[in-house]
Design a protein around this ligand. Structure first.
Ligand code: BGC
Length: 982
């Protein structure tokens, strides 16, 4: 084995690589921006705009950079290029002028050191009992590691320097492997023979905790079979503050409780299979535009400016639930928060996440979200992903050898690198990945058995480098289960439960397979299916890289959260299979423009019309159909609204027999305004089928024919008008400064909280959804465990364990120098330094506040926060009866209204949302008058201390206010028939 591969992989033969489309995307979007990017500019901006004033650890010398530039300069003076040169010069001048304006705006708007308070030093991991065994094993291992070995596991080997989207360096000497990190929230990206699950938003719409868990578990199982150590999901940020946000669909809905429970269940499922889960993106990463430096032309990412209470009660809450569920990894986001990058924001990483929420695992950066070297390590970042520095694939890591230098020259305390490495190794033990029966070593066939970069069996091992070594990279292992155990069975169940039936006039649904319900005569029933969204993309479901186009039926959004479909059952296919062709005749119109103006008979001659429309979005590195990540509006796309209008106006008009029913199916990434046709008399039924994944058509058919009684509920509000979501609900499409600023001034009031506060009637409220049966709730009882003099604050923060101790002496630099004869691969990130003499100690410009030790938070002390926050303070019980003739499942939702006239410790009146979701349960209830005893089930939901508390900024703690709480139980945020008090 050549020496340079000691820290990487072995090789076999030489076979050309099929170019990776994804990589092409990455390169194209980034090369345009990198032509203007200058790390030095970033360096100085970084110092100005964050609380962490240190320099990125780039090792490029200025003379090195200047050489290629001079060569290029001469080329431009060839006369034929002169005119292009002038154009460029002009453009540059305009850009300069504009940015000067921007700097002016920026200077006016943003204080020098950002607005996020400092929080140092990073709390060391290993303070909680649940992790103590893992920490003691991890400490034993890390104590044996040299500095370069510690650094190697904290830094990715760079983009496309391994089989996965993220690959860490291993420590072969001690049997610690390279970790494979792979997207993502709905399944395994770039992977063959794995399930294309329903997306997060669909899972949120099921409101079914068991399905959330099962999906996570199967995702974990698939990951293990493919050799993935860390799944880059679930996603719980964006939360859905902006209904048009491009990546909302990766998460579970616009309410922190629903989002938190779904995330926690997913994490438990994934980690019960021994795979590490990642809670992402921490935090306030609510839109795609300007999410990242340079990707959108601005030198810095957007700053989400958010107040402390809103952070705690809305955006951090799902992460708290995830930490409580034991998540071992958290991904910090691209954006800034209060003008400090999320991956270098000491308050958020050290303070909120590691101290207050008691997070014991490791923080990894989103891909290139790390914008500084020492500063981010000091602020609490533990792993740099994918290891590249400020730009894709430039080989200039901010860590790697630069981190080694930082420790050796004493800029970064040895204690910190020890903690970083120990957190990663402890997470590995915590999920049982040291068990070689489940995780065989690479030499025994372990490690990733797929390649993110080629579909061929044999391919390059490090396609991002100049290394031409190839090997078997794809083993095509089937991870989807087979026969009755096929994961498609579960995917179908989830997709069916994720369908929300919002309109069903005259009980038009369910349909009968022989069409009897809609038939007007003895002839066959005539059904027409309209819309591209019912049919397959003729080029196949994976035609566009990362699903970055809207062609054919929409079953997933686009970006890193998308996967390769192993297959995709379209609605048309499932309907053709389901309808009895002896009695039903189907006409197919695989277009959004069926020409009904000239040919109204195409709809008029039908007994039933089904229209399929959609709305797509995704991650901002892809632009499709004029949508760059975030949606441009909240309407259906590709002429969907007009299609519904035309079909509904014409369906069944022939012979003057009146209008035949139209059923609308919408596949969408989030809320869509339906007002352009929802009240059309012909539109009898509407199904919001979200993003159903590979089993799309089958799941839809299950609901349409009544094999599954719909039980999905909206995980967001469907408004009548875009403005109804409020003035702060809009994407910032144009930069308002060099650092685009987005103020979360609406505070807690997003989605239904906003509608309720301003008494706006939505079209369909949060939590809404119909069933083919009906339910009644009765006999509500609240058992409160509260003593009458209940304490406002949770119990004292429990004393934590002592974290493991290590030798904190700075090692001899000689031991970190490149080994003799080491063959370095181009752009591959290594932990070594060039020479011991390079290590010069000096005064490091530590960020303001670095030397002030912060007090521990009284809200901390356990995973997810102070354990007392999670003590049950009330149990709410009721009876749920199925009043209809069909079995069905009902989501019972519990909303809490806080007492009036509450003041906080600073004497300010505390405003509360009208009501907030604090618990829910999904109950299956059998029907039938002859089965009286089965028609009723007992509902039992619990409320914790935190559920009834608010974040008191003055006390920096959760406070349970005095006074009477109203507890409402019901079927949606606006249909709450039962009321009680605590
Ligand atoms: C996304 C992450 C993803 C990562 C790796 C980033 O662009 O924001 O969610 O995990 O890429 O693919």
């Amino acid at each position: 084995m050549p020496e340079s591969y000691e820290l990487s992989r072995t090789s076999t033969s030489d076979v050309p690589l099929r170019p990776s489309l994804e990589a092409a995307y990455r390169t194209s979007t980034d090369s345009s921006s990198s032509s203007v990017a200058d790390p030095d500019i970033l360096k100085s901006r970084k110092q100005r705009y964050t609380d962490d004033a240190s320099e990125p650890l780039t090792s490029v010398s200025h003379s090195e950079k200047a050489r290629p530039l001079r060569r290029g300069w001469r080329r431009w003076f060839i006369p034929s290029r002169m005119c292009c040169f002038m154009v460029l010069l002009f453009t540059a001048a305009v850009a300069l002028l504009l940015s000067a304006g921007g700097i002016w705006v920026y200077k006016e708007a943003v204080p020098e050191d950002g607005q996020s308070p400092p929080w140092y030093p990073t709390p060391r991991g290993g303070t909680l009992q649940k992790w103590s065994e893992s920490y003691s094993k991890a400490a034993d291992l890390v104590r044996q590691m040299s500095l370069v070995e510690k650094v190697n596991i904290t830094t990715g080997t760079a983009w496309r320097m391994g089989m996965c989207v993220g690959n860490t360096g291993p420590v072969p000497r001690l049997g610690f492997p390279s970790l494979c990190l792979q997207d993502g929230p709905l399944g395994l990206r770039f992977v063959d023979n794995a399930t294309a699950w329903p997306a997060g938003i669909t899972v949120g719409a099921t409101w079914n905790k068991e399905l959330m868990y099962q999906r996570g578990k199967m995702q974990g199982q698939e990951a293990r079979m493919k050799g993935v150590n860390v799944i880059l999901g679930p996603s719980m940020g964006p939360l859905g503050r902006l209904p048009a946000g491009g990546r909302n669909w990766e998460g579970f809905g616009a309410d922190p409780h629903l989002q938190g429970i779904a995330a926690a269940k997913t994490i438990q499922g994934i980690q019960d299979e021994g795979v590490m889960a990642t809670a992402k993106h921490w935090v306030a990463n609510e839109q795609e535009h300007f999410r990242q430096s340079w990707e959108w032309g601005t030198p810095n990412a957007i700053s989400s400016n958010i107040d402390d209470r809103t952070l705690h009660e809305i955006y951090a809450l799902p992460f708290a639930e995830s930490v409580r569920a034991g998540v071992v990894s958290v991904m910090c986001s691209y954006n800034m928060v209060n003008n400090s990058y999320a991956c270098g924001n000491s308050k958020l990483l050290n303070g909120v996440l590691k101290d207050e929420l008691g997070f014991q695992g490791f923080v990894q950066s989103d891909w290139l979200a790390q914008r500084s070297g020492v500063a981010s390590a000091l602020a609490g970042l533990d792993m740099s992903m994918p290891g590249d520095g400020l730009r894709w694939e430039d080989g200039k890591s901010l860590w790697g050898g630069e981190l080694t230098k930082a420790v050796l020259n004493s800029s970064l305390p040895v204690e910190r690198i020890n903690d970083m490495a120990t957190r990663i190794v402890a997470a590995w033990y915590q999920t049982g990945q040291d068990d070689e029966r489940k995780w065989p070593k690479e030499e025994d066939g372990g490690g990733p058995n797929f390649s993110s970069w080629t579909k061929e069996k044999v391919g390059l091992l490090r396609p991002g480098s100049d290394d031409k070594t190839t090997g078997v990279v794809n083993k095509f292992i089937n991870a989807q289960g087979e026969g009755a155990d096929s994961h498609g069975v579960l995917a179908r169940k989830i997709a069916a439960e994720g369908i929300v039936l919002v309109k069903n006039e005259e009980n038009i649904l369910p349909l009968s397979r022989n069409g009897s319900k809609a038939t007007r005569s003895e002839r066959k029933m005539r059904l027409a299916i309209f819309g591209e969204d019912a049919y397959a993309n003729p080029k196949g479901p994976n035609a566009c890289p990362d699903r970055g186009c809207n062609k054919g039926t929409l079953a997933v959004g686009w970006g890193s959260g998308a996967v390769e479909f192993p297959y995709l059952i379209t609605p048309a296919q499932a309907l053709h299979e389901a309808f009895d062709d002896h009695t039903v005749e189907i006409a197919d119109f695989n277009t959004n423009d069926p020409g009904l103006g000239k040919h109204p008979e195409r709809a008029a001659d039908q007994d039933l019309c089904m229209v399929f429309i959609n709305a797509d979005a995704g991650e901002g590195f892809i632009a499709a159909d004029g949508i760059r990540g975030d949606r441009n509006d909240l309407y259906s796309q590709k002429g969907g609204d007009k299609l519904v209008q035309d079909v509904a106006a014409n369906c069944g008009k022939v012979g003057g027999n009146g209008t035949a029913p139209t059923i609308v199916v919408l596949h969408a990434v989030g809320p869509v305004i339906l007002e352009r046709w929802i009240d059309y008399p012909g539109v009898k039924a509407v199904l919001l089928a979200h993003l159903p994944g590979e089993e799309s058509g089958n799941a839809l058919a299950d609901v349409i024919f009544g094999d599954v009684n719909p039980s999905g509920r909206l995980p967001y509000t469907v408004a009548k008008r875009e403005e109804d979501y409020g003035p702060d609900s809009k994407i910032l499409y144009y930069p308002n400064g060099v650092v685009p600023q987005q103020n979360f001034t609406e505070g807690l009031y997003i989605d239904y909280r906003y509608f309720d506060k301003h008494d706006i009637s939505p079209r369909y409220e949060f939590g809404y959804g119909l069933s083919y049966t009906s339910f009644k709730l009765s006999s509500m009882i609240v058992n409160s465990g509260f003593p009458s003099s209940r304490p406002e604050l949770p119990a004292e923060r429990p004393q934590g364990l002592e974290p493991p101790t290590f030798d904190v002496r700075v090692p001899d630099p000689k031991d970190s120098v490149w080994p003799a004869g080491f063959r370095r691969l181009k752009k591959y990130v290594y932990p070594y330094i060039d020479a011991a003499s390079d290590i010069k100690t000096g005064k490091y410009p530590y960020p303001p506040g670095y030397s002030i030790q912060q007090p521990l938070s009284p809200a901390g002390g356990g995973e997810g926060g102070n354990p007392d926050l999670y003590s049950t303070v009330a149990t709410v019980q009721a009876s749920l009866t199925n009043l209809g003739t069909r079995d069905g499942s009902c989501v019972v939702q519990l909303y809490v209204s806080y007492p009036p006239n509450v003041t906080d410790s600073l004497g300010n009146a505390v405003d509360f949302p009208v009501r907030q979701l604090r618990a829910f349960g999904k109950y299956a209830v059998a029907a039938g008058a002859d089965r009286q005893s089965n028609r009723r089930v007992k509902v039992s939901l619990e409320l914790t201390r935190r559920d009834l508390s608010f974040w008191d900024v003055g006390r920096q703690n959760w406070v349970l206010p005095k006074g009477v709480f109203e507890v409402r139980l019901g079927f949606s945020s606006r249909d709450l028939p039962l009321l009680n008090t605590i």
